[in-house]
Design a protein around this ligand. Sequence first.
Ligand code: TYD
Ligand code: MG
Length: 458
Amino acid sequence: MAKAKTVYSCTQCGSQFPKWTGQCQDCGDWNTLEEEAAPQKSSLSSSPKAARFEGFAPKANVQKLQKVSLKGTPRFPSGLIELDRVLGGGLVPGSVILLGGDPGIGKSTLILQSLALLSDTKNTLYVTGEESAEQIALRATRLGVQDCDLSLLADNQLESILEVSLEHKPEVLVIDSIQTLYTETLQSAPGSVAQVRETASRLVRFGKQTQTIVILVGHVTKEGALAGPRVLEHMVDTVLYFEGEQNSTFRLIRAIKNRFGAVNEIGVFAMTDMGLKEVSNPSAMFIKRAQEDATGSVVLVSQEGTRPLLVEVQSLVDQSSLANPRRVTVGLDNQRLAMLLAVVNRHAGFSLYDQDVFVNVIGGVKVHEPAADLAILLSVLSSFKNRRLDSDLAVFGEVGLTGEIRPVQRGLDRIKEVEKLGFRRLIMPKGNQSGVKSSKLEIVSVNTLEEAIRYAFD
Ligand code: TYD
Ligand code: MG
């Protein structure tokens, strides 16, 4: 008998090799090659109906760009405003969305709540490969949406799912999750690179050809990336991550890639015993301070997508007993902190070389924009000098290497948010001052780090 052929696929980039090696020769990642059965030559599906469908590939015509008719991207709301915000305004027919997140974070809950609302007006199909129909019904009862018009299919075989979908003609098709699907044309186990790649690509093709919105729920690896081949992210139109601390009730949904809208937009939810509740004013939530006027705490005005977001940064600076004092950040870039500490040493005369510095953004928020610089430094100095900053003070501004405070994007939006939340004082870059007319707020615009420090602590 002929030996079964196997290949080795990289779990990161999907490249295939005849032999195992410790490092993928394509993407350079280590220990990512996994053995799987080689795909058979003809990958025609077993279901005649699905096969007929997949064989159908209309011939495309060359057309002039200016002649392409625009019907306007007809979006429709997903039922959840916060989800629509991340999607760039709603669901686009024919688009494929990948929703990733840690186990237990609430992906299935989010999907069920959205579909329950959508099913009033749209034909929806929820394919569950992980849970039984009873388990979904149980969750629906808990969420109070069991009376909705949603169709369920508990299955994980791709060909039969495609066949049912062709008959049922859903406008929104959800697969929960892509790692549980398998196709009969491959012998490898569900969740393997080859299976995920093949099932996803056939679902993408199905979505595009029938103008169905396909939402794929995906698992993440322990490093936090979507499990399965990297190519998965290239295949789909939109990649969303659902994140949040396991022990906090807040959940953020974030777009990593979006062909139909802006990325870095976030949607905010709170997990309650009645499912996910939308949080339309997240700033108020992230700055609920336990201790008023604690040292090391500063409110920073950040920006997430088109929305300004006020968050609290906390620092702790403490005498170090190590030769290399620690610089630990949560929700911030470590390298950026090191750079800021160098700036504060050179241009403001505070040397922290013998101090451990810990900086944390409260609420599991991640801030990756330079506009956070000034607030981070003031928070570090507040802890170092053991001097509290006023609780009605907010801060934004980028710190340059020469100690200057540089203007940031969307200054006016940030100022408005600060006003809206009842802060009374704001330290910001002078360069952001044009066009500002504010009545209630005391705005201190600064050109240098020194000025900012003088104002904050004097
Ligand atoms: P789930 O949607 O099953 O997560 P995922 O599909 O991402 O794995 O969410 C499960 C968690 O959510 C579970 O730990 C319980 C919690 N939960 C609530 O707190 N309230 C609720 O109303 C529901 C339905 C779930
Ligand atoms: Mg789930």
